[in-house]
Structures are given as C-alpha cells and as structure tokens.
Design a protein around this ligand. Structure first.
Ligand code: PMP
Length: 424
C-alpha cells in the first residue's frame, strides 16, 4: 500500500516525543480482534497488540458487551479507591480464578493505572519493608519511565531523559549476558558476600522473566530459580515485573509459573484490564503489607470500567485452553521464523522467545529489523522492533489471533524479510 502524509496537526501540535506513529504513518480508526483499520479503510494485521496491552484482541466482544452494559446502567466510572461493586467483583474473581488455584496468598494493591505505577509502588514497598535503599536490576531491563523505574532500566537513551542522576540501583548481568562464560550469579553473589565489594545490601531484585523491550531475551527457568534461591539466602525481596509478560503472554497467566518460583512482589498492568483500559496491580506477600493508609495513592486507581472488563477477561483462565493455544501458536511462529533463520544464516539470523513473544534478529545486519518493520507496515502487518539498538523484530500477536491470521501475518513478514534483505 502507498504510505500517505499524516494530517499536519500531528506534526505541528503533537510533541516531538511521539514515537510509534512515526513508524506507522496512518490515522487508525477502528479495530477488532487482530485487525486495525485506518480512516481510509486500509487494514493491518496487528502483531503488536498494544505492546502487550491487548492480549485478548481489540474490542473483544465478550468484554465489550460487559463494558457497554455497565456504562449503559450508569455504573460508577471514577471512584479513587472507594469500594465499588465493580471492584468487589473483580477482587473476588481474581482471588477465585488466579490466586487461590495457584496457592498465592498475595494482597492486592491498585497503584495507579500504568506499568510504571506498579513498578514504583513495588520499589517503594521493598525499600520500606527492608529499610534498605539499593535495588538490583538487570542489563537490558525495562521497567518504565518514572524516576524509580528508570533507575532500574538499562537503555541509555531512556535513562538520559531523566535529567538527574538515577541512583540506588545496581545493574547485574541478565541470563546469558556473558554468553555462558561464567557460572550464573558468580559476580552478584561475590559482591554480596564480600564486605569490601562496594555493593550496599539491596532491598530487592527486580526482574522480567522475558525482557520484551530489551530484545526478547528469555531467562531460563533454572536461572530464575537460581535468582529466587539467591534472594532467599540473602534475605533480598524478589520482584517480578510481569507488566508485559503476564496475563498469558508466555502461556501461563503469570510468566514465572513455568520456573516454579513465587516472587515476593509481582507487577501487573498492560493486559490485566483485558480491553486496553488503563489498570495495574501490585501483588505482594501478605506479611509485606505494611503500607500506612494513603501512603501511596493516586487519582486513577479506581477505574471501574477496567475492573469490569478485567473481571470478564478472567473467564479465559478458568481452564487451560488459552495457555495451550498460546503455546501452540508460539510453535507456529517458531517454525516460520526457523525457515528464515536457515535462509539467512549468512546475515547471522537468530530467533528467540517463548509462547507468543518472539524475536527475529540479524546479528550481521542489525539495521534490517527497522526496515523489515517498515516493509511489513507497507504490506499490511504491524510489528515493532526492540533491543538496545532496535535490532530485533518483535512479534507479539494477541493470544486470540487465529491460526489463519497467524499464517497470513507470518507470510507477510516472510515476504517483507525477503524484500528487505534482497534490497540490501
Ligand atoms: N515494565 C515492563 C516490563 C514493561 O514492558 C513496561 C512497558 N513497556 C513497563 C514496565 C512500563 O509500563 P507503562 O508504559 O504502562 O508505564
């Protein structure tokens, strides 16, 4: 399709900080499931899924019906953290469908509606509980744009935006960062055990089980178990940031279930409302709930339309059908990417990922990822890039994408890779 100029208001009035709209120059208008249309009626398959906020697809009909019914009867929309029927139903259902079957005795905090909000609350709580300041994050981690979250985020461009020193955070090598040359946690554990190391004992470690923004880096389950064990032995709290990988992205509801670990604190946002409505949760072990009333508050912690859709989204988790279909769809992508990897061995083609988070990179031609994303857009597919240099094509379709849609999108991607690589 031809790429058209955007109406000038987007360039004259909207800030230079805008980003996704630059790579995808279209004025989007409506969407259903895995398809988006613009005002001119052009259509795209969406393998971006709101950066993980649309795991159940755009305007999921089951969730939409519940939302419309709630709005139609003048259900309370805004309520700070007042008790509402919508919140009660969500909490009861979340306990019944998610927490109790997994034996998780977590308290639930509504920290404000974004991923960064839940990360900030987790960091604050860990510091308050332990009385320590420092937090360990990992190379290539991404936790959000607010100052606390940015301090444990790796990306140097994003960090520079802070404008002040980002402190009380120490980066450690993520799984496979050192290419398996040293035993896991050798550096981390050595620093913890040496009173001369210069590392203040951390309050917490914050980790993503798969680094989505950092380049689709998957931590091995044994690495995550090793980390949980290290935290327990050294009395450090383990925070899993499941903002992007939670709500089924890797298969199970929580991405850490595969490793069999139980974090002390869990951050959830993005797809928890199920509908793309802003909502976040911070979950923590009951004993850690030492907050004073209102010590961490915010105006938008009680967005009832999000509670309504979140409650209905939990219907997907009453059995293991979605988990199974997600893993099968992930294998379908793995096979298609496998062919490209074989075809482009000379460009150092590589794939990584798990479940429905997948990445394709070309080590010998890192600039290809951005061009493949542009070419895919022209051919009717939305895929973004990730990694510190944008060197990874990142595939993150909705978990509800059909096999036929996946085939269609993978064919577009394959054609886009062929066109981009041959034009090189
Ligand atoms: N944590 C992770 C793992 C994320 O991927 C993101 C967003 N990409 C965030 C936190 C921040 O979420 P938000 O943009 O909603 O603040």
């Amino acid at each position: 399709m031809t790429v058209t100029e955007l109406p000038s208001v987007f360039t004259t009035l909207e800030s230079e900080v805008r980003s996704y709209c630059r790579g995808w120059p279209a004025v989007f208008d409506h969407a259903r499931g895995s398809r988006l249309q613009d005002v001119q009626g052009r259509s795209w398959l969406d393998f971006f899924a709101g950066a993980g906020a649309l795991n159940y697809g755009h305007n999921n009909p089951r969730l939409k019906a519940a939302l419309l019914e709630y709005l139609q009867r003048d259900g309370v929309v805004h309520s700070l953290d007042m008790s509402t029927g919508a919140k009660q139903t969500f909490l009861e259902r979340f306990d019944e469908v998610i927490l109790r079957p997994r034996g998780l005795d977590y308290k639930v905090q509504f920290p404000g509606p974004t991923g960064a909000n839940t990360v900030e609350s987790a960091l604050k709580l860990a510091r308050k509980v332990t009385g320590r300041e420092s937090v360990v994050g990992f190379t290539n981690a991404f936790h959000g744009m607010t100052l606390g979250a940015l301090a444990v985020t790796g990306n140097s461009m994003k960090r520079a935006g802070a404008g002040i020193p980002l402190v009380h955070a120490t980066p450690m090598p993520y799984d496979n960062y050192l290419g398996g040359q040293v035993p896991d946690f050798l550096w981390f554990e050595s620093l913890l055990e040496d009173s001369g190391s210069g590392l203040n004992k951390p309050a917490a470690v914050i980790v993503e089980t798969v680094q989505g923004e950092g380049g689709v880096n998957v931590a091995r389950p044994e690495w995550l178990r090793g980390l949980a064990d290290l935290c327990r032995r050294h009395d450090i709290l383990l925070i899993v940031d499941d903002v992007q990988m939670g709500c089924g992205r890797t298969g199970p509801f929580f991405s850490f279930e595969t490793a069999g670990i139980t974090p002390d604190i869990v951050c959830l946002s993005k797809s928890i409302s199920g509908y793309g409505l802003p909502m976040a949760l911070t979950l923590f072990r009951r004993e850690l709930d030492i907050w004073s009333p209102g010590e961490h508050n915010g105006t938008f912690r009680g967005h009832n339309p999000a509670f309504v859709t979140a409650t209905h989204a939990l219907d997907y988790w009453t059995d293991d059908a979605l988990e199974k279909s997600t893993l099968a769809a992930g294998e379908q992508i793995e096979r298609a990417l496998g062919q490209l990897v074989d075809e482009y061995a000379d460009l150092g083609a590589h794939q990584r990922g798990t479940g429905l988070i997948r990445g394709l990179s070309f080590e010998a031609a890192p600039e290809l990822a951005g061009r493949i994303s542009e070419e895919s857009f022209r051919r009717g597919l939305l895929v973004e890039t990730s990694g510190p240099r944008g060197e990874v094509v990142k595939l993150m379709p909705a978990l509800t994408t059909t096999t036929a849609e996946l085939d269609e999108g993978l064919q577009i991607l394959t054609d886009a890779v062929h066109a981009t690589a041959s034009a090189r």
